[in-house]
Write a protein that binds this ligand. Structure first.
Ligand SMILES: Cc1cc2nc3c(=O)[nH]c(=O)nc-3n(C[C@H](O)[C@H](O)[C@H](O)COP(=O)(O)OP(=O)(O)OC[C@H]3O[C@@H](n4cnc5c(N)ncnc54)[C@H](O)[C@@H]3O)c2cc1C
Length: 380
């Protein structure tokens, strides 16, 4: 393991060397969330990262981290992107749950959860979205009613990535029965919980996607008795907890540049060995120019993802969608058969939805970057 207080540049070199020697043990680079079928490999990878000192890089040492800075962590993400390996087992555990517990957890909660999370022994899922609450998460209707030393939880969550392979979930539920799912005060009645997934009354049902895979689950809560000690942060103050964890961890923008370089290389490979028609050539050239412009924009932003994150999220996911469609066009009738071309087309819409839909990103860009008037809200 590299020494404590190591300079960022020295850390970068050590991380790159370590990745060079160990990348063969990594599962494929699946992005932010480990798919259920790779969880065993992801857990083993996280354990290896922890042993070598590359897990919880900016977490306190007493909780299994390295006690270094967010800059060191950001460099780690960049080196993993270059090596084409996942930087963590699962963003929900290592970034969202871990970040929330570090920021809001009691000493007991921190001792209970942080170490097993950073070693990969505890896998987490995110229980936020509901059938009637996605982009507008403040409308969530799952209730957690206080009853002595526990809360009684009833409701339904959906799109829970890897729910069935997780031992714990971060759960947002309505604790103040006087607040409704509509109206200006709807955010005020929500609390944030750490929820064991094996409590009686929790039922996890896989959702089959149009790709044929089942990455997500629906999660039903029926009279679940959730111990009150699992409330994280202030009662009815869960909105603030949820929003701060979603924005507290800023990635390295260089990872977007590397991802874009790979995608541009894939795009130019699409033309190899093919006679492209005029329209297809135009479409490919437009996509390549778009990708190159995004890459230049990401390079201009400096190392830490900030307000440009929405622009890049929108630009990259829209470009990926168009690229998958063009790939399908180029494959012709073959794209109707099972295989990577059809799978790419069927999986492409998900990227435009996860982590805030394209329309929601456009609202953010309009209101926060361009200073346009706020979207009218009927409830305001
Ligand atoms: C790959 C993937 C992984 C996910 N993992 C998880 C997870 O682990 N846990 C979890 O809780 N959730 C997860 N989600 C759910 C995700 O957070 C929601 O799908 C997302 O927030 C959108 O919500 P929705 O599906 O309810 O769509 P809605 O919010 O109902 O949106 C429907 C349509 O209306 C548009 N729209 C909504 N509001 C506005 C507005 N104000 N202005 C303009 N247009 C608008 C949207 O852009 C969209 O086109 C995941 C989703 C995906 C695709």
């Amino acid at each position: 393991m590299t020494p404590p207080n190591i300079e960022v540049e020295e850390f970068r070199r050590a991380a790159a060397d370590w990745l060079d020697a160990n990348r063969q043990h990594a599962p494929r680079d699946y992005g932010a969330i480990c798919p259920p079928e790779l969880v065993d490999a992801g857990v083993a990878w996280q354990g290896r990262l922890h042993e070598a000192g590359y897990a919880g890089i900016h977490w306190p040492e007493e909780h299994g981290g390295r006690g270094l800075t967010p800059e060191h962590n950001s460099v780690w993400q960049l080196e993993c992107a270059k090596a084409g390996v996942p930087a963590v087992l699962n963003m929900v555990g290592l970034v969202l749950a871990g970040g929330a517990i570090l920021m809001y957890g009691t000493t007991r909660q921190q001792t209970q959860h942080l170490r097993p999370t950073v070693t990969g022994e505890r896998v987490w899922c995110q229980l936020f979205s509901e059938p009637g609450a996605g982009s507008d998460l403040g409308s969530l209707a799952t209730r957690a009613e206080a009853d002595g030393d526990h809360y009684v939880v009833n409701g339904q969550k959906v799109w829970c990535s890897g729910g069935r392979v997780s031992q714990w979930g971060i759960l947002m539920a309505r604790t103040d029965p006087s607040t409704s799912t509509q109206g200006a005060a709807k955010h005020a009645g929500i609390s944030f919980f750490l929820c064991p997934m094996d409590l009686p009354g929790i039922e996890v049902r896989p959702l089959k996607q149009m790709t044929g895979e089942s990455e997500f689950d629906e999660v039903f809560f029926t009279d679940v008795q959730l111990p009150a000690e699992h409330l994280l942060g202030p009662l009815h103050g869960g909105w603030q907890v949820g929003m701060s964890v979603l924005t507290n961890e800023r990635g390295h923008i260089g990872t977007s540049v590397i991802g874009l370089e790979r995608r541009l290389a894939q795009m130019s490979a699409m033309a190899e060995g093919r006679e492209l028609g005029v329209v297809e050539r135009q479409e490919l050239a437009a996509l390549m120019s778009h990708g190159t412009a995004l890459k230049s924009m990401a390079r201009r932003q400096g190392p830490i993802a900030s307000t440009a994150a929405s622009l890049l999220k929108l630009g990259i996911t829209e470009m990926m969608f168009e690229m998958s469609m063009l790939r399908g066009d180029l494959a012709g009738a073959d794209a109707m058969l099972e295989g990577p071309d059809s799978l790419g087309m069927l999986a492409a819409p998900g990227g435009r939805i996860a982590g805030g839909t394209s329309q929601v990103q456009r609202n953010i860009i309009g209101e926060r970057l361009l200073g346009l008037p706020r979207e009218p809200k009927p409830t305001r």
